[in-house]
Design a binder for this molecule. Sequence first.
Ligand code: NAP
Length: 339
Amino acid sequence: MRAIHFETYNAPFRPVHVPLPELQEGQVLVKMTAAAVNMRDHLIRSGMYRHVPPPLGPSSPVVGNEGAGIVVATRERRYPEGTRVFFSDGYHLPCGGVWQEYVVADIQHLHPVPPGKSLVEAAALRTAFQSAWMALEQGGFRPEIEPTQVVLAPAIGSGVGNAAVQLVRASGGPEALTTAGSSFKAEHAQGLGYRNVIDLSRETLQAGVARLAAGGVDVALDLLGGTFTAQALSVLKPGRALTLVGYASGDPHATIPLYELIGKKIELRPFNLLLAPQEARSRALEHILRLWQENRIQPHIDRVFHFTEAEQAMHHLLHGRPFGKVLLLFDEGKHDERE
Ligand SMILES: NC(=O)c1ccc[n+]([C@@H]2O[C@H](COP(=O)([O-])OP(=O)(O)OC[C@H]3O[C@@H](n4cnc5c(N)ncnc54)[C@H](OP(=O)(O)O)[C@@H]3O)[C@@H](O)[C@H]2O)c1
């Protein structure tokens, strides 16, 4: 079978032939249908995860954290052959990540795909929505207690930002404020029904927030880092928190105006899905699966690539400014089966 490897840090992703993995008691063999391409795959390939357990790098070179497929051999009766599954954490699988044609998995890393839902959507859902929900909660989002909270969830075309806007909507709160880096993306988002888009190529975040929510925001996620961090701090109401999720701007540094932190007594809360307690991750997953089954959330898919084109797919994620998730497909023509 073929798997996607990288030989050394920063080397390209490329397909190589590897032996079919052997099944142990309690494990299943999954034939992959689709896998997502995430920034974390790029960060691992760049060496930025070499100190995070388990150490991920060229010694465990198969990447890919999320995906979905069909059980084709089993030594676990709860997952018979033909079960449609998605993975809850590809990087903790015994055989490395999920960018390979067949994946051996222990069942604690598997979840059944609900009937009526496609495997491609299942591959696109988990990381973005689970991260978004947990980051919102960490940032103080509590719609049952404060139903009118104003949320800033930037980058409407991003996996996590888009998911956060949908999750806020599904919770019944006011439509979240969001951003787009270009007018093209802002107009596309408005065409899809996202109402509170701040086009950062035309106005500043501060001007956009003043136009849409004069009092400022109660909950803010920072997905972008760089100069965005200070801007997000400036639009938060006093006593609130900024949840630090990522630095998709490419700049992992931020200059923080201490007068905003001290003057408004704002907390910085770093979020890390990988280091979050299992119990909290499971609760978040349950929540998003329920909303997905009720058709109240839906991942956007920007573009699919054949899995042997993983390098091109990553290039598209990093430089193509996609709107929605970038996916790898393993078996063309058979990827959209629903049960
Ligand atoms: N901490 C965690 O556990 C965790 C979990 C999931 C994700 N993350 C991180 O959160 C961030 C968002 O993740 P994601 O999967 O939602 O990202 P994504 O789908 O790749 O989207 C990134 C967004 O960043 C914006 N952007 C701004 N400047 C950019 C630039 N120079 N190059 C490329 N994009 C740029 C783009 O929106 P515009 O085109 O509108 O500007 C793009 O839609 C990433 O940094 C990711 O690593 C962290």
